[in-house]
Write a protein that binds this ligand. Structure first.
Ligand SMILES: Cc1ncc(COP(=O)(O)O)c(C=O)c1O
Length: 369
C-alpha cells in the first residue's frame, strides 16, 4: 500500500492508486544477498563470446528480431530435454523478458476467472494479477509454511480458478512440493478447466525432479523457468515457459510484437552454449547453503529447510526491519519479505556468506549481553 497522492488530472485506474511499485531496495552493500541472484559473474570467455555474437547482431539492428525466437526456443527445449529426459521442441516452449513477463502473459491469456495461490509465496504472482486486473484468491499454507495438500485440493474445487500457482522450491521458504502432490493438484485443476502453473525459478538447486516430466500426462500443467537464478544470467532477462503446444499457442495472442530483442535472444543462445560453466556453481552454492544453515542453527536461530539458493530464518527476537537495518549498517544487504519474525538471505560467495555470518553473530552477541 502506498500513501502517495496522485494528482486529480491523472486518469490513473482507481484500483492502481493504492499500490506501491514493487522492488527490493537496490542499495550499495559489500554483500548483496537480497534478490536470490547467483553471486558468480560470467567468465571472461563467456563475456567475450556474448560480445562477439551481439556484435554480429548489432550489425542488423535496423531489422526487427525473429519475433518467434525460434532458435532460442529450440535451444531451451534441448536444455530441458537434457536435464529431464523429455522430448520437447520449440512448439512447447515460450521465451520472454524474465519469468515475470511469462507470469504476466499467463494472467493476460487466462485471467477472466479467479486465480489462486498459496501464500507466503512469490509476491509478484498476486501483484501482477492485480496490475492486470485479474482476481486473486489466497489459499494460504500451514503455520510452518508447508502446503496442506488436502486443503489446497478443496480450494481448487471451490474457487474453480483459471490458474493455480505453485512455486517449488517456494520463495521465500525454500520448501518443495513433491511430483505426486503436483499430479494431484493438476488433476484437481483439470476438473475445473484450469491450468496448474508450477513456478520452478529455483529448480536447479533442488533434488526433486522437475514437473516438466508430468506435462505429457497433464496438458493443463505448465512450468515456468528462468535463467536469472542458477543460470547466473539475471541481467539479461530471460524466462521461459514449458507447456503443451496449445498453451504455448495462446502466448502469440498476448505477447507484444517483437517482445524479445535480437540482443537478448543472441546473448541467451550463447549462455546456453556455456551451460556447464554457468550451472557449474550450483553444487557449491548448495554446499554453502547447508553450511550457512548450520551456522545459523549454532547461533540458536531456526532455519526452514531450503532446497533453493536462499534461507528463511527466524528466532532472532527482534523486529525483522530492525535486524535488516543493523546488517545493512555492517555492509550486508538481505531481504525483509514482510513475514512476521523472519528474514531471508540469498547464498552469496564464500566471502559474502562469511561477512553475513560474522555480522549476524556480532549483532546477536550484542543483543544477548
Ligand atoms: C519464484 C520466482 N518466480 C519468478 C521470479 C522472476 O524471475 P525473473 O523475472 O528474473 O525470471 C522470481 C524472482 O525472484 C521468483 O522468485
Amino acid at each position: 500500500m502506498s500513501d502517495k497522492k496522485w494528482p486529480d488530472w491523472l486518469p490513473l485506474r482507481q484500483d492502481l492508486k493504492p499500490l506501491s511499485p514493487y522492488g527490493a531496495p537496490q542499495v550499495p552493500a559489500d554483500a548483496i544477498l537480497n534478490t536470490n541472484e547467483n553471486p558468480y559473474a560470467p567468465s571472461p570467455a563467456l563475456a567475450k563470446a556474448i560480445a562477439d555474437r551481439t556484435h554480429q547482431v548489432a550489425l542488423t539492428l535496423n531489422r526487427y528480431p525473429d519475433r518467434d525466437a525460434l532458435v532460442l526456443r529450440n535451444s531451451l527445449a534441448s536444455f530441458i530435454n537434457n536435464l529431464s529426459g523429455t522430448s520437447f521442441d520449440a512448439e512447447q516452449v515460450w521465451a520472454a523478458n524474465g519469468s515475470n513477463e511469462i507470469i504476466q502473459s499467463l494472467f493476460m491469456a487466462f485471467g477472466d476467472r479467479p486465480t489462486l495461490g498459496f501464500t507466503p509465496s512469490y509476491s509478484m504472482h498476486p501483484l501482477i494479477a492485480k496490475v492486470i486486473g485479474v482476481e486473486w484468491c489466497d489459499g494460504g499454507r500451514r503455520a510452518d509454511f508447508s502446503l496442506d495438500i488436502v486443503k489446497a485440493l478443496q480450494e481448487i474445487l471451490a474457487v474453480k480458478p483459471a490458474l493455480t500457482f505453485i512455486t517449488t522450491p517456494n520463495n521465500p521458504t525454500g520448501t518443495t512440493v513433491t511430483l505426486d502432490e503436483i499430479s494431484q493438484l493438476a488433476d484437481a485443476a483439470a476438473k475445473v478447466n484450469g491450468l496448474l502453473v508450477v513456478d520452478e525459478a529455483y529448480a536447479e538447486f533442488s533434488k526433486l525432479p522437475s514437473a516438466v516430466t508430468l506435462i505429457a500426462k497433464y496438458p493443463n500443467l505448465v512450468v515456468i523457468r528462468t535463467m536469472s537464478k542458477a543460470f547466473a544470467f539475471a541481467g539479461a532477462r530471460l524466462g521461459y515457459l514449458i507447456a503443451d503446444a496449445e498453451v504455448i499457442s495462446t502466448m502469440y495472442l498476448v505477447r507484444l510484437p517483437y517482445h524479445l530483442s535480437s540482443l537478448t535472444q543472441a546473448a541467451a543462445e550463447v549462455a546456453l552454449e556455456f551451460q556447464s560453466e554457468l550451472l557449474g556453481t550450483v553444487s557449491s552454492l548448495i554446499k554453502s547453503r547447508d553450511y550457512v544453515a548450520t551456522e545459523l542453527a549454532k547461533m540458536g536461530l531456526q532455519v526452514i529447510a531450503s532446497q533453493a539458493n536462499f534461507i528463511l530464518f527466524t528466532g532472532f527476537g527482534q523486529e525483522p526491519a530492525h535486524l535488516w537495518r543493523l546488517l545493512l549498517d555492517r555492509g550486508v544487504l538481505i531481504r525483509d519479505v514482510g513475514l512476521l519474525g523472519h528474514l531471508r538471505m540469498t547464498i552469496g560467495n564464500e566471502a559474502e556468506n562469511q561477512k553475513f555470518i560474522a555480522a549476524l553473530q556480532e549483532i546477536l552477541n550484542g543483543e544477548r549481553q
